[in-house]
Design a protein around this ligand. Structure first.
Ligand SMILES: [Fe+2]
Ligand SMILES: [Fe+2]
Length: 212
């Protein structure tokens, strides 16, 4: 593949940002995890709750796209940039699945998508500034926090909502693999204070996106 320069990457990043912010999601590479599961009858209260949780997870995937693109933009070595590009492509499956599940639940994604994208792009670029090892450490910690968060959503989903469950279980397994891959590629362990700051930032997003 040709080596893109900083300007190419900025244009590609802008292209992705606009597509993600305006929800022109590319078709997923892998099949929908809920395919073949019966559509369950949810009470109105359960449907709303499931939709709120899926909206949070969708917002998280918008943020994941931006984090990876931000790091890819700044990343120094071509191998790390390529790894970020690959991960962002895998995250696109998650984005498309969440979008589909939200539509099935008769709900819409967070209205603040562009805000989540822009904020995460800046955070990703900042992480990239510290160099590839820290950047990979940041990816690993982000993915670990996402796994914990998805596990809490899996516990919180209405019992009958097997379709949302199938989507979130597949995502949790993928994010766990992303964390391992980042560590194996040489990611540093982040200081506790940074981890806490990251958890705080994600708390703001998850609390807001449940409602808006
Ligand atoms: Fe994801
Ligand atoms: Fe991931």
């Amino acid at each position: 593949m040709r080596d893109f320069d900083q300007f190419d990457r900025l244009i590609m990043g802008l292209d992705d940002a606009l597509k993600t912010a305006f929800r022109v999601t590319a078709a997923p590479d892998r099949p929908y995890p809920a395919e073949g599961l019966d559509a369950e009858a949810l009470t109105e209260r359960d449907r709303r709750h499931a939709a709120g949780l899926m909206r949070v997870d969708h917002a998280g995937e918008v943020a994941a796209q931006a984090l990876y693109r931000g790091q890819e933009w700044i990343g120094r070595s071509e191998s790390v940039r390529a790894a970020m590009r690959r991960a962002a492509a895998e995250e696109n499956d998650h984005l498309a699945w969440c979008e589909r599940r939200l539509a099935e639940l008769d709900a819409r994604p967070s209205l603040l998508g562009p805000v989540w994208y822009l904020g995460s792009f800046c955070i990703g670029s900042c992480a990239g500034l510290f160099g590839d090892r820290w950047s990979l450490g940041f990816v690993a910690e982000t993915e670990r926090q996402v796994v914990r968060h998805l596990e809490s959503h899996l516990r919180g989903l209405p019992e009958e909502d097997r379709r949302s469950r199938a989507v979130l279980e597949q995502m949790r397994d993928d994010e766990g693999r992303h964390a391992t891959a980042a560590i194996e590629s040489g990611g540093e362990k982040l200081p506790e204070a940074v981890k806490m700051l990251m958890a705080l930032a994600s708390r703001v997003m998850t609390t807001t996106a449940y409602w808006v």
